[in-house]
Design a protein around this ligand. Structure first.
Ligand SMILES: [Zn+2]
Ligand SMILES: [Zn+2]
Length: 297
């Protein structure tokens, strides 16, 4: 049974053409799991051929808006598309508890008028599952042939922030969320097929924006960490500064190599899709419409 990983957004808070906000879609055994819902996630899902009403669960890494802003869009769109059951949302306990309680409140009048007009029941509140994030992995979700675990990462002053790991019979993938390079992700990603990790080129930050390096992952350090963890394939996302062309994208991969990483490196582009459990096989699943820059050499 194949597991696929699709990057639904490689962007950051700063808008960049062709880069939606943070998000990763993992599909396995007919299940669709969405990790973070940044700007334009709903559009990227449509491009990937996945309806909002086909998402089985959403997992949130932290309460920064660039990872969350499309959650109301997803919730309302799936309702308009016919979904009547609450959408399971899994998130670390903290500020997100409030967000989960209020997420549909801004749209109460819209929901009321649509409901009255069409006779359909009001949009269901999400089925919010909060968990305590800590320094050891905890099981947060179980599906068919599929387990999701989570660990707290290092995105201070944002607390909590977490990474997720999905294990299926086909393989394993870790999604870092936002974090400095840290030993928590290194442990969670030990021996995984795919690590989707955020990345910043510190030398490329414009003056006045150096603070970004305090809580995001330096590409060279990331290469060293991924090598220690024995990661087979590293996908870079949440690219800062956003590469304007293939040469600038390639530079992210070069940094990772400089850090010592010897596995495959893909500099993420929206809709880049890879399969798990294919370590020894040819990787062929970048769809038309995906624009992955493979800097593997
Ligand atoms: Zn963040
Ligand atoms: Zn972010």
């Amino acid at each position: 049974m194949e597991t696929t990983v699709t990057i639904t957004g490689t962007g950051t808070p700063r808008p960049a053409p062709q880069r939606a906000g943070a998000g990763v879609l993992v599909r396995h055994a007919g299940q669709a799991m969405q990790f973070d819902t940044g700007r334009a996630t709903v559009l990227r899902l449509a491009e990937a051929g996945v309806g909002c009403d086909e998402i089985d669960a959403v997992f949130v890494t932290h309460h920064h808006a660039d990872h969350l802003v499309a959650l109301p869009d997803l919730l309302i769109t799936r309702w308009v598309m016919g979904a009547r059951e609450p959408l399971p949302v899994v998130a670390p306990s903290g500020p997100l508890d409030r967000f989960g309680a209020y997420v549909l409140d801004l749209w109460a009048d819209d929901i009321a008028v649509r409901s009255a007009h069409t006779g359909r029941p009001p949009a269901p509140e999400p089925a919010w599952t909060a968990f305590e994030a800590g320094g050891a992995p905890v099981l947060v979700w179980e599906g068919e042939d599929c387990r999701v675990t989570s660990i707290a990462v290092r995105h201070e002053p944002v607390r909590p922030a977490v990474a997720y790991r999905v294990d299926t019979s086909a393989g394993s993938v870790v999604i870092s969320g936002d974090t400095r390079v840290c030993e928590e992700v290194e442990r969670l990603a030990s021996g995984v097929d795919v690590l989707v990790h955020e990345a910043v080129r510190v030398g490329g930050l414009s003056p006045g924006r150096e603070y970004i390096a305090e809580y995001h992952a330096d590409t060279v350090e990331l290469g060293a960490m991924a090598e220690r963890a024995g990661v087979a394939r590293l996908i870079l996302t949440h690219l800062e500064p956003a590469p304007a062309d293939a040469v600038e994208a390639e530079a992210f991969g070069d940094d990772v190599r400089r850090g010592g990483f010897t596995g495959d490196v893909l500099v993420g582009a929206d809709l880049l899709t890879v399969g798990l459990g294919v370590r020894a096989a040819a990787q062929s699943s970048v769809p038309s419409g995906g624009h992955g820059v493979d800097s593997n050499r």
